[in-house]
Design a protein around this ligand. Sequence first.
Ligand code: SF4
Length: 254
Amino acid sequence: MSTIIYPSPIFGPVHSRRLGISLGINLLPADGKVCSFDCIYCECGFNKDHRPTLPMPARELVAERLEQQLQQMVADGQLPDVLTFAGNGEPTCHPHFAEIIGDTIRLRDKYCPQAKVAVLSNSTMIHRQEVHDALMLVDDNILKLDTIDPAYINMVDRPNGSYDVQRIIERMKAFNGHLIIQTMFLKGNGIDNTSDNYVNPWLQAVREIAPKQVMIYTIDRETPDQTLRKATHEELDAIRDRVIAAGIPCSASY
Ligand code: SF4
């Protein structure tokens, strides 16, 4: 198995471990990756190995292709559980992210009103007011917080440019509970965020943010850094149980 570059702007439907039958919306170019992180576990590979030559899809194209796909799914009697913004990088990097969220909610309401709209984001753009406001409109605003340790973030998530985790935490609090925190736990190459010295401060930050849910998971596909290993079931279960004991619903995907 190798890393994946997804079609754009629509891919799937795929069966997601965490979300069910998911129709993917990829706002990044079809031939490469655009992300404000460069995670060593990214299923799309390292940024440097997947520089795109194509542009991001235009707002109009996203709406047109999404409507075509939803019409097809209605005709086939196979409606999605969720319309998921994900794909080759960070969806909120798209300059018309907010408008596209508006278009998507309109099309969801027209063709599959029972489906959720979900965004998987690395949280780096949530300081932008238009991104914050758009994320307030989606059903599942799923934001990454892998740790609160700056050295770990620099080693594992590898932000492009400046990244202040305390500022991210403050911006997460501004959603007033309208967010789901997603956290990747893994090990390898001198890395392990499953131990108490990582989990304790992370859990304290999660309590302060007070999300409606936490999703913890571990690597599932091939990663660009091939030394990485999964966190074990037992480790994930123990972390999940601590989140639940703090009064916050939490799921673990192995
Ligand atoms: S934030 Fe997501 S898309 Fe970006 S590098 Fe990390 S795993 Fe890949």
